[in-house]
Each structure stands twice: as C-alpha cells, then as structure tokens.
Write a protein that binds this ligand. Structure first.
Ligand code: DSN
Length: 438
C-alpha cells in the first residue's frame, strides 16, 4: 500500500470513530438543528408526542446501535450479548414493576408492530375481531380496512354514543354476543374518557374472546397512577413508549399468563421482526427508570389537569369538545358549529406556532384528509413545565386563531396568526427545552 493510500485509510478510520456529525454531514446536521429550533419555538399540542429526556436520546445515540441480538436475554442467536442482555433485562424488569405485570417484551419497534405480534400470536388469518372504529377514536391497527389488521381479519367495530360521546358498552356487548369475536380490542388513540377495562373483560368472558388492551396513548397516565391499569383484566396489553410515557419511539407488550410467553415472544421474533433495536431498548430502560420516580406521578397528574384547563377554555369560547371534556391527556374539538375544516384549522394554528393535528370526529362527514375536528394533547407542554393557567391561556390563543379563521371564511388570517405566534414564542422562551440538538 502506498504512503498516500495508507494516509487516506488512517484518516477515514479516524473520521469514522471520532468525527462529529457537524463535520461529516453538514446537510443532515443543519436539518437537525432546524428541527431543534422548531421544537424550541412551537408549542407541541399533538396528543401523541412528547419531549423525551436528554438521557433517553443519549442512550439511543450510543454504540448499542451496532449490536445484533436476535432472541431474548440469555438466549441469543449471536455472541457478545452480555451487555445488551443487561440492558434489556433492566428494561423488562422496570416495565414489569411500572405496570405491575408478570411478563414484558420490550422489543417491538412500534405500537403497530406490538399489535401485529399479538394478532400473530393469538389469532389465525380470517379470525374475528371486535374493535373501536377509527373515526370514533380507535386506531388504524385495530382493524381499519387500509391496515393489515383489516385485510387479514374479519373486523366489526363499535363506537361512542351519539348523545354523549362515551363508549357505548351496551353496544359492545350486543355486538360481541352477535358476532362471537375471537378477540376484542379496547384502547384508543382519540378518546378522552376513562376506559372501563373491567366491563370489557366481562364482555370478553361472555363470548370467550381474547381481550387486547392497547394503551399506547394512556401508558404514562397508567404508570403515573392517574388512570386505571388494564393489566388486571386484559389478556395482553400493548403500548408505545414515546407518548405519555415519554421514552424513545417504540413499542412493548405486557401480559400475566406464562402460557402466553412463548407465542408472544415468538411472534415478535422470529414471527415479525429481526434484530431488536438495543439502542432503543436502552432508551426504554432509561425512560422506565424515570417513570418509576415519584415526580412522574406529579407529571401524570399535571398532564390531565392541563388538558382539562385547555378544554375548559375552549369550551368557554363556544367550541364543542367531543364528550364534553377529558379525563386524560387528550381531547377532540368538533369544528362543525364554526363551519371550519380540520385541515385549514391545523394549518392556521401552525402558522401561529401552535402544533396540533386534524382528526376525524365520531361519524365525521368529512374525509380523513380534511376532517371536522382537531385533536389536542398536553403531554409535551406539561413536560416543558407549563401549568394549568398556561394551558388555559393556550386554549384562549387557539380560540383566537380559530375565530380569526372563521371571520375570514376559512382563509388565512395573517394578522391574528402573527399576533398569536408572537405570544406563543414568548411563552416558549419562558419554558426552554434542550439547548443542543445532539
Ligand atoms: N400516530 C399515533 C397518534 O397520533 O395517535 C397513533 O399511531
């Protein structure tokens, strides 16, 4: 090898292990920096998002990203797994403690894959599922026709009562008796009320169905003790780890009956996934450790108080809250009275630095791309340190923007949006987040 080639190889090796992203890839580094500024200057009101800890992000950005570890701790298909075993065992033990259950699989890459793994473990193709309809607050993976769950299973769906927006348990029971499903799925992504897990168990028992509770949205509130746990009632519980639980993006499966361990673990791997993301699992371990601290209980309580304060403020300004309010971190605004479309409202709020997502409301006359509703949530703002009084003020600012949009017939109202954006930026500056993106 020539001296020049040797030198080049040395440089590359040195660069690979020591050079920072800023030098290696200024384009990606720059975009990450812009995202940091966006998170600093916008109020995050998307109910499924949160601001995870720097510690979680450090664990995710670690050397663990290099390791293959198919299998489970102590039983891997690759060698060199001592330390990832230690980390994955920490995640499992902390998850079990946090949710008071006997078994946990922390390998699912997402909530969606957690649900797929449970279907694979417990059902055959063509099996019958009874679940909550997407436009009533359910989730795509609960049997939507556009999702694999809706394509591979025979799905019937329950919803909320027209008169009050609460889950219609009598309807669930009647449908279960008629349909005799193999599995009932409960849990939701846009439902703001306490879910009666015990009633779901009773219904599932009447028809001898599996009960799956998907608590992706509620996990942090359950861990924080402000919502009841389904672990005592459901055969299997699935969740994400990045929403109210405030960890890295990922999924997890929990259960109590040892007889389910083999089918569930084998469904995750090799049934569905390959190598687990051990760097993300390390982030999960860190997040679960933080959620076991006493102050996480205060956080969970504040999340609910803050969502309620914001929903009340919007209600006081004449906006319809689906089901009349919230017991959780999330609520839906029905925009039909104002004649607004969710897409226009979402865009207008974003110009005012208020970030939320448009969402279908029960029996929405609009298509899912447009919608007649907006979904708001308090997890990220509460992490930032905002109080109920701040959230009441945010509710007022949202109402200002929506009123402005209505006055302009659903078109931009730049003067209102700009004025609110200024106030939001001031509020964000009072509650700083990360100072560095990496
Ligand atoms: N995308 C998540 C949510 O916003 O609720 C669910 O998949």
């Amino acid at each position: 090898m020539s001296q020049a080639a040797k030198k080049m190889q040395e440089n590359q090796t040195m660069n690979l292990f020591t050079s920072a992203l800023k030098q290696v890839d200024p384009a990606v580094f720059g975009a990450i920096g812009h995202e940091l500024h966006r998170q600093q200057d916008y109020l995050e009101l998307i109910a499924s998002e949160n601001l995870t800890s720097r510690a979680v992000m450090q664990a995710q950005g670690s050397v663990l990203t290099n390791k293959y570890a198919e299998g489970l701790p102590g039983k891997r298909y690759y060698s060199g797994c001592d330390f990832v075993d230690e980390i994955e065992n920490l995640a499992i033990e902390r998850a079990k403690k946090l949710f008071t259950c006997n078994f946990a699989n922390v390998q699912p890459h997402s909530g969606s894959q957690s649900n797929q793994a449970v279907y694979l473990a417990l059902l055959q193709p063509g099996a019958k599922i009874l679940s909550m309809a997407l436009d009533h607050g359910g989730h795509l993976t609960h049997g939507s026709p556009v999702n694999i769950s809706g394509k591979w299973f025979d799905v019937k769906q329950y919803g909320v009562r027209k008169q009050d927006g609460y889950i219609d348990y009598d309807m669930v029971e009647e449908m279960a008796q008629q349909q005799k499903p193999d599995m009932i799925v409960c849990g939701a992504s846009a439902y703001s009320r306490v879910i009666d897990w015990k009633r779901f168990r009773a219904i599932a028992d009447k028809v001898d169905a599996w009960l799956l509770a998907d608590v992706a949205h509620y996990a942090g509130l359950i861990a924080g003790g402000v919502l009841p746990t389904p672990c005592d009632y459901a055969d299997v519980v699935t969740t994400t780890t990045h929403k109210t639980l405030r960890g890295p993006r990922g999924g997890m499966i929990l259960w109590n009956d040892e007889a389910l361990s083999q089918p569930i673990n084998q469904a995750v791997f090799p049934g569905l996934q390959g190598g687990p993301l051990e760097h993300v699992i390390a982030g999960k371990a860190v997040a679960f450790g933080l959620a076991l601290q006493p102050d996480f209980k205060i956080y969970a309580q504040n999340v609910v108080k803050n969502a309620q304060a914001m929903a009340n403020a919007l209600d006081a300004r004449g906006y319809t809250i689906v089901s009349g309010g919230t017991d959780t971190h999330v609520f839906l605004v029905d925009l039909r009275k104002q004649g607004l479309v969710g897409l226009d409202a979402q865009r207008s709020l974003y110009r005012a630095h208020l970030n939320c997502n448009r969402n279908t409301i029960p029996d929405d006359p609009q298509k899912p791309w447009y919608t007649s509703g907006l979904r708001f949530g308090s997890p990220a703002g509460t992490t930032r340190g905002l109080s109920a009084a701040d959230f009441a003020q945010i509710g007022g600012m949202v109402a200002d923007v929506l009123d402005g949009l209505k006055e302009n017939g659903g078109e931009n109202n730049a003067s209102v949006e700009d004025a609110v954006a200024q106030k939001v930026k001031e509020m964000c500056a009072r509650f700083p987040i990360y100072t560095e993106a990496l």
